[in-house]
Design a protein around this ligand. Structure first.
Ligand code: ASP
Length: 404
């Protein structure tokens, strides 16, 4: 009952925010802005300590190198499979419908403020190893922190009981306390999403939600197919659970992802709903969800692929088979390397454009609708993380009776 109330009030927050923002315009900003800032700051406040404590307590409850390896392998296979599935869905749609062919979209939009991602894929991979873990924590670099925590947790499990048991209790206690704080933050979510949506609509106008275009629809169609066909099929066939029963528990997750456009900011909500709502053990959610929030981005991967091929179409450039293969592989790698924060997908696109020799200015073409697509792709990103936790839990022999 409590969960349903929260879901309803968050949803009401979104609707009231959109309505208030479009009716009152900038007049709503003095109310909307502080609410949005308050909520986002609270969410960001919990992210780092939550990641550290949840990964550590996840690794500690998995316990052994074999357990860790088996869970890591299953999770990894799931992440790669679903990302590739998403990319291929997008690739198919954009090649069939060719939204960019002959499009008279102004190439005039400038990309002045857009920071081009200048790291190569190699750099991205090296950056997983932190030079200074504390600096990574302070900078909010999630991947190096996860890497360090897995190592640290693993070696705690190998200590003598004298050291291992008290450390484990402290870490598990810290994690529980973080979850209590998270629940408090969640409680403010309806006001937060009201503020975020009211601010977005008041500053960009309701037109932001309407300026669609064929390209927009193709990305959206791909995301919906992935969320409503591919992932449910996997849940049913591999996870042996009822997909939409699981989805119902995730409504607060969807609303938060949609409003914040950030997988990371949604992580606290996802940990709560996947564990409490759908009954996946926290051993598995604590391990898979923080990693998923950074490396598993099906929505972003799909979007990268569609956007790059679309840009090529607009420029009248035909990408041959091997170039499209490069786009597919790069979309996968870029989605792994992208941080789970707003608009990162757009920035990372420059890496792919460069790899297939397309003009970087191409990003300017899709800028107008990107903010809105970010909301949808982030929702798919976090959905896939949660489905991954369910499937891995099933493969690890968990009951999951709440969603059978
Ligand atoms: N905003 C997305 C996320 O946090 C990443 C992206 O820009 O595609 O999942």
């Amino acid at each position: 009952m409590k969960k349903i109330t929260l879901t309803h009030t968050i949803f009401a927050g979104i609707i009231l925010g959109i309505a208030g923002g479009s009716l009152l315009g900038p007049a709503i900003l003095p109310v909307a802005e502080p609410l949005a800032t308050l909520f986002l700051r609270l969410l960001r406040m919990v992210i780092m300590p939550l990641i550290i404590t949840s990964i550590l307590s996840g690794v500690l409850s998995i316990g052994t190198a074999r357990g860790l390896g088996s869970l890591g392998l299953k999770t990894g296979i799931y992440y790669i499979t679903t990302s590739l599935l998403a990319i291929c869905t997008g690739q198919l749609l954009v090649n069939i419908f060719r939204p960019g062919a002959g499009a008279s979209i102004g190439l005039q939009e400038q990309v002045t403020e857009l920071p081009a991602a200048d790291q190569s894929i190699k750099d991205l991979l090296f950056r997983i190893i932190p030079e200074n873990p504390f600096q990574s924590i302070a900078n909010g670099d999630v991947l190096p922190v996860i890497f360090f925590c897995i190592l640290f947790g693993f070696f705690i499990t190998r200590l003598e009981d004298d050291y291992r048991l008290p450390l484990t209790r402290v870490i598990q206690g810290a994690f529980e306390a973080m979850m209590q704080i998270t629940r408090l933050v969640l409680w403010l979510a309806p006001l937060g999403v009201f503020g975020i949506n009211a601010k977005l609509v008041a500053t960009t106008g309701i037109g932001a939600f309407k300026s669609l275009g064929f390209y927009f629809l193709i990305v959206l169609a791909g995301l919906f197919i992935h969320a409503l066909v591919s992932l449910p099929l996997l849940l049913k066939l591999v996870g042996r659970v009822k997909p939409f029963k699981h989805y119902r528990n995730l409504l607060p997750v969807f609303f938060t992802a949609f409003s914040t456009s950030s997988s990371m900011a949604t992580l606290p909500v996802n940990l709560e709903c996947t564990h409490k709502g759908s009954g996946v053990s926290d051993k598995i959610t604590n391990f898979t969800l923080p990693i998923g929030a950074t490396v598993n981005m099906d929505g972003t991967a799909l979007y990268e692929c569609v956007a790059v091929i679309f840009i090529a179409q607009v420029y009248g450039i035909e990408l041959n088979f091997s170039q499209q293969l490069v786009v597919v592989m790069m979309s996968l790698l870029v989605s792994v390397g992208a941080a789970g924060i707003p608009m990162v997908g757009l920035v990372m696109m420059s890496i792919i454009l460069r790899a297939v020799n397309l003009p970087l200015e191409g990003v300017g073409i899709i800028l107008a609708v990107d903010r809105i697509l970010d909301m949808f792709r982030t929702t798919v990103n976090v959905l896939s993380d949660s489905c991954g936790a369910v499937i891995v839990a099933h493969l690890e022999g968990e009951e999951l009776e709440k969603i059978r």
